[in-house]
Design a protein around this ligand. Sequence first.
Ligand SMILES: C[S@@+](CC[C@H](N)C(=O)[O-])C[C@H]1O[C@@H](n2cnc3c(N)ncnc32)[C@H](O)[C@@H]1O
Length: 255
Amino acid sequence: MLNVNRAWLITHENDTLQPDTQAKFEALLARRLRGEPMAYILGGREFYGLALQVTPDTLIPRPDTEMLVGVALGRILSDHQVDVLDLGTGSGAIALAIAKHRPHAHVVAVDASSAALEVAKKNATTLQVSNVQFVLSSWFSALETQRFDVIVSNPPYIEQNDAHLSQGDLRFEPVKALASGTDGLDDIRRIIADSLVHLVPQGWLMLEHGYNQARRVADLMADAGLVEIETVQDLGGNDRVTIGKNPLIISAHWS
Ligand SMILES: C[S@@+](CC[C@H](N)C(=O)[O-])C[C@H]1O[C@@H](n2cnc3c(N)ncnc32)[C@H](O)[C@@H]1O
């Protein structure tokens, strides 16, 4: 609004604001007093070192989700031309962080919200990331038979009757980005069930989930036929990400 730095503010603490600037400030303050998240008021949030635009059409990327990016980067060698899929990309946070750190990867980022995809595309342009392709799709539906080396997702996983949905920042975020059926697992169930046909042999599925959902997510992955299932904790020791691998091995006849 003023376009000045902190030093200027400190040295001009007794200046009076112009009436129009004062009015703009009061309008922003009123939004904050109503509880609107700072990220929506400022229009941005940093994620994995990237300055992302966010709007009320997108989830505000959480520091917790940086763990999922770290797990994915740990399994994508920097000089490998791998195909990566980010399901439910929102602002593009995960897809853009992976694409930026793995310029040889080709990342497909899907979302069912065209408004969110518009924000994600703008972020890709601003950050000069060109190895991400954005696709409007309900989970895998528009991807036909495409297969990926790594599929990552931070899907909606909150129980639809969870009281937190009507508290704090969550009140302002798109409910379709947050809630997923009575046990919070409707979308995770769908993603896991359809994942094997979209993973290359030995490809990885990596899902963020709630702190108390790891056992059920691991069981769903095992039921679907994934192997080497492992849960990773965040810095607070909470189960945060579960991964599983497509057990198929590339046949010598195909290679
Ligand atoms: C928890 S948000 C994650 C956003 C972003 N990946 C992040 O971590 O900040 C879940 C995202 O999934 C999207 N989504 C919900 N249902 C979907 C569906 N059926 N197909 C594709 N995306 C969906 C929402 O629009 C939202 O952007």
